[in-house]
Write a protein that binds this ligand. Structure first.
Ligand code: NDP
Length: 390
């Protein structure tokens, strides 16, 4: 049976890998919608190659270029945040959520309201609005499948298991670009240095978040929100080889590890073919050649993001939206050269203290309140960045 699929964020790193898997079996899929941001040329090419019904750019000012690039192809074109959500209204059997940042939440929620299967790479959806997302899926008989490699690994480790038998979940971290740097060098880390990952080939934002361990912080929250595991049963572990993606510990003492190459096509392909397992074009590991795997505890003093994630999980409510909004805005500040590498965590902590003191954070958990918490967090973060620049 031909499956209807849509890919949100098709021009990014996860999006392109997804397009590649779908393009390899053109007769198996009917592509409903592809969406991108500023990379109009790539979006147009993907839309032509996959014969998509609709192509959407998130930016109104890119509409003309996209329209021109797709003239005469029969691919419908739209632009803007609302058009993204409208695209998610179109019936699809499988939807990839691979927009980066909180902008990925509204289309994902809309797709779930149609009872679709949502392959979720956009971890920010779970961090900002996990409860809302999972409840929406439940209410509409929809399925959320994790695509983040660690969460896909945990999900696979839980097949056939009773979640009540899980004692702990361990997610691994490569340690990012600066894992072997001395503490005193971190303050002067440059954008180029933070944008280079030792093992994974990913978008720039998640690569920098890996260097600061904000990515791992988001993933701790993601684990809590998706699997419903208590925060103090979720651990992060530095594993420089990035081959063990996660481990699930059971009450009888068994630890199940998921091992595979650092290639997102595994987790994407698993979500695409779930509940089946199909051939995927990823390298097969030769463990004898690898020889050894190493692990060490993360230094939470050096990486305050992990401690902040634990505070967010404990606080609950809209604090995840505040944490993520502040992190995204501080990351923009670092990318723009307005603040240093270590300033990001300091500022996020400051914003969390300021914004979550507000009684507003007790508000009902709706998309509107999540959006408002995100807006407040960004506004306070910008003020702090401004004041630091003097
Ligand atoms: P990229 O930066 O490579 O791609 C992001 C995608 O989102 C692009 O299509 C981009 O468009 C689009 N986009 C950017 N801003 C907006 C916006 N405001 N509104 C709508 N679309 C937008 O990111 P990644 O592929 O690396 O990551 C995507 C998501 O998956 C993130 O949440 C990330 O944390 C998660 N993830 C990624 C992994 C990886 O290996 N890359 C691993 C695990 C999770 P354009 O480029 O055209 O401007």
């Amino acid at each position: 049976m031909v499956r209807r699929v849509s890919i949100f964020g098709s021009t990014g790193s996860i999006g392109c890998n997804t397009v590649g898997l779908i393009a390899a079996e053109p007769d198996a899929y009917d592509v409903v919608a592809l969406t991108g941001g500023r990379n109009v040329a790539k979006l147009a090419k993907q839309s032509r190659d996959l014969n998509a019904d609709l192509a959407v750019t998130a930016h109104d000012d890119c509409y003309g270029d996209l329209k021109d690039a797709l003239a005469g192809t029969g691919v419908e074109v739209a632009a803007g945040a609302e058009a993204l959500t409208d695209a998610a209204e179109r019936p699809a059997d499988w939807v990839m959520s691979a927009i980066v940042g909180a902008a990925g939440l509204p289309p994902g929620l809309t797709a779930l309201r149609h009872g679709t299967t949502l392959a979720l790479a956009n971890k920010e959806s779970l961090v900002t609005a996990g409860r809302l997302l999972m409840q929406t899926a439940k209410d509409h008989g929809a399925t959320v499948l994790p695509v983040d490699s660690e969460h896909s690994a945990v999900f696979q480790g839980l097949v056939g298991e009773d979640i009540a038998a899980v004692e702990r979940v361990i997610i691994t971290a490569s340690g990012g670009a600066f894992r072997d740097w001395p503490d005193e060098k971190l303050a002067s880390a440059t954008l180029a240095e933070a944008s280079s990952h030792p093992n994974w080939d990913m978008g720039q934002r998640i690569t920098i978040d890996s260097a600061s361990l904000f990515n791992k912080a988001l993933e701790l929250i993601e684990t809590h929100e998706y699997f419903g595991i208590d925060p103090d049963r979720i651990e992060a572990l530095v594993h420089p080889e990035s081959l063990v993606h996660a481990l699930v510990g059971f009450r009888d003492g068994a630890l199940m590890a998921h091992i595979g190459p650092p290639d997102m096509r595994h987790a994407i392909g698993y979500a695409l073919h779930w509940p089946d397992r199909r051939d995927l074009p990823v390298d097969r590991l030769d463990l004898a050649q690898i020889g050894q795997l190493t692990f060490r505890a993360p230094d939470e003093r050096r990486y305050p993001a992990l401690r902040l994630a634990r505070e967010v999980m404990k606080a609950g409510g809209l604090s995840g939206a505040v944490f993520n909004g502040a992190k995204e805005c501080a990351l923009d500040g670092f990318i723009a050269g307005r603040i240093g590498f270590l300033d990001m965590a300091e500022i996020v902590e400051d914003v969390l203290t300021k914004v979550t003191r507000d009684s507003h954070m007790m508000a009902e958990f709706t998309l509107e309140n999540v959006t408002e918490a995100d807006r407040m967090a960004r506004s306070v973060t910008m003020d702090i960045i401004q004041s630091r620049q003097g």
